[in-house]
Design a protein around this ligand. Sequence first.
Ligand SMILES: [Zn+2]
Length: 301
Amino acid sequence: MSDPANANAARVRPYLQLRTEQRTPADWLRAARADPQTRVVVARGTTHLIRYQPQAQIVFVSLEQPAIAALDESRLLLLGWFEGQRCVLADLPAELALELPGTRFEELRPLLAQLREEEMRLLCHAQALLVWRSRHRFCGVCGSPTAPRSAGHVLSCTSPSCAAEFFPRIDPAIIVLVTSGSKALLGRQQSWPPGRYSTLAGFVEAGETLEEAVAREVEEETGVQLEAVHYFASQPWPFPASLMLGFHAQASQTPVRLDGELEDARWFDRTELQSTSGPTLPQPHTIARRLIDHWLGTQAA
Ligand SMILES: [Zn+2]
């Protein structure tokens, strides 16, 4: 297998300049309003404003758009600089109508494969913040309401005697392609469409290392014991708050023992995975598919 670092070299450059120092000034919004290039990404709940032309794309609006201009500052967040332009997220109240010709609000997950990668990443970032905001409206310490600061990236308890701070939540989860020689171990859940198989995955437990989580999940779900684990790449997955940490792992081929969490798991030969009669693999934008493609594309060399 080639060095995963080389495979990821092109992904080190961020798609979004966060410029976190720009979140600190209390008048961050005034600076955004004064910048004629500021663009606004619009969301309502967990839906995002998009249009089809014919490919799905983000509808960017101006801070001066009347519905956006009327929003309370607490509903605006500074995302960063997207393709060189300042980018603000507007979190619309559920009851607010914003009807722009040719646009619609849609849930993100079905859109992922339709957006170009940079816009998919931007909306995943927005989605993570939206979900976090909706779940931290009250302080987990004292129960008082929270209020945003740092341009929307911190939620702070409004009780002066408490003043607890809450930051966007990220839940680590491992996802792993287990291989043994020319075979790869894939599993499927009962709810998936017939024929679809993917890499194994699970949440990291408190107190556990990533490597331990990989080995535990694989053994729990399939009974297969690992010999080696190598980090590959990661993918934010804000449904609702995961960061998927992708690994390649090697195992001696052993019989699969299902524990009931998966409907099926089996070893596929690489020729099966490349065959049209083989299993249906995850969509190309997913870390699961990148793990599989990387193994398929490089192991033959
Ligand atoms: Zn509090």
